[in-house]
Design a binder for this molecule. Structure first.
Ligand code: AMP
Length: 366
């Protein structure tokens, strides 16, 4: 049985690795010949918008899923007329536009930052009347890892923000004074079964996810229920199939949704060794309509991203409980090239392991 995956990055590569024990085969589509999934599986290199390429990609596939949320909706819809595409292209459409996404949350009664669509400089000034300072100006589309964002601390920043981003469709958001950033990964199978992973605490550096802790420390059961309730509403509204990630802000003990990712997610990489069933395996089970695997955590886990650095593998692997995942990408500044999962039986042991790991990752000083 061969599964088609739109996008051939590290997420696709990890999907393939999770699928091989289940006897699955994969075919990826990516515009880049060096896409990391190509080291493991068939890779069709071509443009997502080219029908001849899509036809070649789709030939003989069981179904199609994606690992990249900026796949053109037209490509996903074209494929959906011919074979099963999961999650539904509608989920892509909502997730690709920050205004559509936040409007969608609002209509479901889900708290989200105050926002204002901005096309002109006047819209920006009007929006700032509503949001006040500080605020964030973001591109509506194609922003990720903090790219395409400009913080506004005072009226003095308006000109610079407009010079940086003006000309694109934008969204202005009130700055949310959150206590911490969390995420929830949920999964819904084609057979209707749903499952939730525990809330994860996320730490960013320079707008890029740096570290995740699972389960999120000191999290009351009430917050987990709230997160699951939000995720369930989103999945049911979209008739969703697959893994869905929601990025959340914790604000005075309640949850606000910042954004959703209709795919497996970086803040779920810890599940590879830290959960009974990984997000990658559960995504595949879901899109195939198979029973979902248990989402329970094994002890506790942390995930550290390797961003623009190649560590000394031996030093990393010498840390008890550390598991290295190297994506086979060229190392460039700011690029996610691998991650480490750290597993421990107790939060204290995890903390001690993290200190050892951080020392193992520190650049040599001599
Ligand atoms: P995003 O691209 O929307 O995921 O934003 C990247 C990061 O910027 C988030 O993980 C937050 O740390 C921060 N951020 C985004 N939007 C807001 C907001 N409205 N208020 C405060 N921080 C934000």
């Amino acid at each position: 049985m061969q599964i088609g995956v739109l996008g051939g990055g590290q997420l696709g590569r990890m999907l393939a690795l999770a699928g091989y024990p289940l006897g699955l085969r994969f075919r990826f589509l990516d515009p880049v010949a060096e896409a990391p999934a190509g080291q493991l599986a068939e890779l069709v290199v071509g443009d997502f918008n080219d029908e001849a390429t899509l036809e070649r990609f789709a030939l003989g596939l069981e179904l199609v899923t994606y690992e990249f949320e900026n796949v053109p909706v037209t490509a996903a819809s074209w494929l959906a007329e011919r074979l099963g595409v999961y999650p539904p292209p509608r989920a892509l459409e909502v997730a690709q536009d920050r205004v559509a996404e936040k409007t969608f949350f609002q209509r479901l009664g889900i708290a989200t930052p105050l926002f204002y669509p901005v096309l002109t400089r006047n819209d920006l000034l009007d929006g700032l009347e509503r949001t006040g300072f500080p605020a964030l100006l973001k591109t509506r589309r194609l922003g990720y890892d903090g790219k395409g964002q400009f913080p506004l601390h005072s009226p003095a920043d308006v000109e610079a923000a407009w010079t940086a981003l003006g000309g694109h469709p934008l969204i202005l958001e009130a700055f949310v004074p959150f206590e911490r950033e969390l995420s929830i990964l949920s999964v819904r199978s084609r057979n209707g079964q749903v499952a939730f992973y525990p809330l994860v605490e996320n730490h960013h550096a320079g707008g890029i996810l740096h570290k995740s802790l699972a389960p999120a420390p000191a999290t009351p059961a009430r917050l987990q229920h709230e997160a699951e309730h939000i995720a369930l509403r989103v999945m049911e509204k979209l008739d969703y199939v697959g893994v869905l990630a929601l990025e959340l802000f914790e604000v005075e003990g309640t949850l606000w949704v910042n954004e959703m990712a209709p795919r497996v997610h970086n803040s779920g990489h810890w599940t590879l060794e830290g959960a009974e069933t990984s997000q990658f395996e559960n995504h595949l089970r879901a899109v195939l309509g198979w029973p979902l695997g248990a989402t329970a955590v094994r002890g506790c886990a942390a995930m550290l991203n390797l961003i623009g650095i190649k560590p000394d593998f031996a030093k990393v692997l010498a840390v008890p409980g550390a598991h290295l995942h190297w994506y086979g990408k060229e190392v460039r500044p700011g690029r996610k090239v691998g991650h480490i999962t750290l597993r421990a039986e107790t939060p204290d042991a995890l903390e001690a392991g993290l200190r050892r790991l951080e020392a193992a990752l520190a650049p040599a000083t001599d």
